[in-house]
Design a protein around this ligand. Sequence first.
Ligand SMILES: NC(=O)C1=CN([C@@H]2O[C@H](COP(=O)(O)OP(=O)(O)OC[C@H]3O[C@@H](n4cnc5c(N)ncnc54)[C@H](OP(=O)(O)O)[C@@H]3O)[C@@H](O)[C@H]2O)C=CC1
Ligand SMILES: O=C1OC[C@@H](O)[C@H](O)[C@H]1O
Length: 384
Amino acid sequence: MAHTIRWGIMATGWIAETFVRDLLKDPKARDASDVAHKVVAVASSSSKDKADKFISTLGIPAPCDAYATYQELVADPNVDVVYVATPHSHHYQNVMLCLEAGKNVLCEKAFTVNAAQTKILCETARKKNLFLMEAVWTRYFPLSVQVRELIQKGEIGEVLRTIADTSFGDDVEEKWGTKHRMVNPDLAGGCLLDLGIYSLTWVFQTLYHTLPRDQRKAPTVTSQMTPYHLTGADESTTILLSFPTSTPSNGPHPHRSQGIAMTNIRVSADPDEEGTSGPQIRIQGTKGEIQVFGHPFRPTSYRVIPKKGLGEVRTVEGSFPAEGHGMFWEADEVARCLRDGKLESEGMPWEESIVIMEVMDEVRKQGGLTYPQKIESTEYPLQL
Ligand SMILES: NC(=O)C1=CN([C@@H]2O[C@H](COP(=O)(O)OP(=O)(O)OC[C@H]3O[C@@H](n4cnc5c(N)ncnc54)[C@H](OP(=O)(O)O)[C@@H]3O)[C@@H](O)[C@H]2O)C=CC1
Ligand SMILES: O=C1OC[C@@H](O)[C@H](O)[C@H]1O
């Protein structure tokens, strides 16, 4: 019998729509018979009409309540878990609202504006015995799980370097202007928090998460940031991460590993959108390399290249069952965690979200990027 969870959706923007479309797909199409999803409530801070329209446009089956405030959503006793899909500037206030009301939460990336906010959210969830997860959906792709398993099995030896590039070649002024959340400092805009997080995801899930917990150590960070001339938010950021020595499971000598995480919204990592530029992620070990193709947030295939004489090159294609976007895998993880009484997901533990937020804090410090005091604040409640 499938364990069904009842979702409340906070906000009706682009990603909320994409996530809900995936929630409505039949789990059997992705071989998930143990969990199921229902969308029972949607809230829009703009108007009830907007929530109603969201429900009808997406064809969410009745009963599904529409609310004109987020407060009403978190007070709904039918909601098991809230999906927070507001801009990152608002995550701290919105997640606190959910937790204070006793709701479990899946919150979009970037989790918060800074690490201090993330720490308080995790502490609050722990105290209130509630589930909380940063929605880093890519980690739950079968492709990501397979890549992590290959690394842990020693397929490419000791992994010493990961290079990841999440970059869009946009006409920034034309496409994003000054008000869009991608570039608007009032909404914690900039490519680091929006896209750089995926490059960091690949660095962390290959060089950090694959180690036993007691060997995961925060990296040192060196970085460069280029501000967007119209708003000051970053339009380009490059980070060099150096992970401290850990005892390798498959090699005799302790080594440091390095990650290079790049993001840019003015030059693309895949200009012709055909993959001609090669992989956007390269994971390099002493016995070979794994290359990952497609956007780092939505990878489509990977290639294992053993060192000469150690085996054959092989390519593994991913797939998106039922023509989904790929967000249902993280939703299934939430359902399983709730079913099993877990407060956090092993795939994206609180501790790792905090370390990654600390890295981004340090990168912003080095690059001189600060956001308005209101959205950096840990005060709650605060009207933004
Ligand atoms: N996992 C992924 O692949 C993606 C994740 N994201 C993340 O999701 C979040 C939302 O992004 P996205 O859906 O693209 O953003 P949108 O601008 O499309 O939607 C954000 C929604 O948040 C609500 N909102 C509440 N307060 C504000 C405010 N002050 N300004 C703007 N919107 C507000 C609005 O919904 P309402 O009026 O209904 O309350 C709005 O529609 C971000 O944190 C982003 O990083 C985004 C894209 C992809
Ligand atoms: O999380 C994201 O992934 C997909 C991108 O298009 C989007 O800008 C970003 O927020």
